[in-house]
Write a protein that binds this ligand. Sequence first.
Ligand SMILES: Cc1cc2nc3c(=O)[nH]c(=O)nc-3n(C[C@H](O)[C@H](O)[C@H](O)COP(=O)(O)OP(=O)(O)OC[C@H]3O[C@@H](n4cnc5c(N)ncnc54)[C@H](O)[C@@H]3O)c2cc1C
Length: 306
Amino acid sequence: MLLCDDYMTPNTLDEAFSVMEAYRGRFKLVAGATDIYPWAREGRAGDVEISVLIDISNIPELKEKKIGDKQARFGAATKIQRFLDDPQLACALPCMPRCAVWFADDQLRESATIGGNIVNASPAGDGIPPLIAHRAEVELAARRNGKITTHRVPLDQFITGPSRTALAEDEILVAIECESLPDYGGSFEKVGHRRSLVISTVCLAALVKLDAAGRRFEDVRLAIGGIGPVPQRLSDVEKFLLSGSIEEVRLEQAAEMPVMLVQSRTRQEYRREVVRGFVMRGLINAVRRAGGDVTSLTSELEASYA
Ligand SMILES: Cc1cc2nc3c(=O)[nH]c(=O)nc-3n(C[C@H](O)[C@H](O)[C@H](O)COP(=O)(O)OP(=O)(O)OC[C@H]3O[C@@H](n4cnc5c(N)ncnc54)[C@H](O)[C@@H]3O)c2cc1C
């Protein structure tokens, strides 16, 4: 059971840091609290007692949104549902709407935040591979010697292991900044034990930009979660795909490349099969959404991975 004496809802970063200083070592930050309750329920070592839960979801900096042609910035307390129903976010981050569709259920998506998903740092956290593919950086704030300062860390360096991040105890993840890629086709593939309300077993984000004829990749980005301790970019596969045209045989070769990266101790063979299928399906879906010519792929291939 989760026991706490107080639940505080600071309205500014300054207020939040004051409470964090007053309760040093005895507080836990929460945003949507969708991870923290199951974490406490698991009981770890019996009851979990925390003096104060500090709900930071009302702080304006954590709710901001600035979308430009090249860069997108959104607060850590942005709800997962926003990536589905905010047209600006959906356009700038073309694989996030698919990610949000597969994320838990409607009710949970209205509470769960992208910042909480990142700080939870699950190897299969759904929001992480798409943002890694967007070369996201996280902005961390702290108040030291009475002054609030911020610094940025690339997301793939911020997550240091399963459930481990570079966040210091006195820091708050304020915002995420990433490349805005409105002219890319995006896809997000996910499989878990059940269709919804489930953490992924494997998930993959694909982003592609095509040449004018729609036959070659001008850019391709793939990031995968659930096959190792941390989500990762598939840079070798991306390089290979950039070196030739979009053909069935080349997609199949690309799909084979990350199979050996599967490190998870459980269900290895299954995960390998999923990785192969997801790279194929992710690419086909992303190419189609980028306006590409998928007729160059056999209809059989398209049907089997659609
Ligand atoms: C039924 C169910 C289904 C789920 N389905 C999915 C799913 O499909 N995909 C998926 O990826 N996850 C899923 N989850 C996990 C969870 O909902 C997500 O990880 C969610 O994004 C967490 O966000 P939150 O705001 O609720 O985090 P919280 O529970 O509030 O916090 C999570 C952790 O992050 C810290 N934290 C939160 N925000 C900040 C911040 N701004 N700065 C510093 N630290 C912070 C907290 O201290 C805590 O350690 C599911 C959970 C449940 C219970």
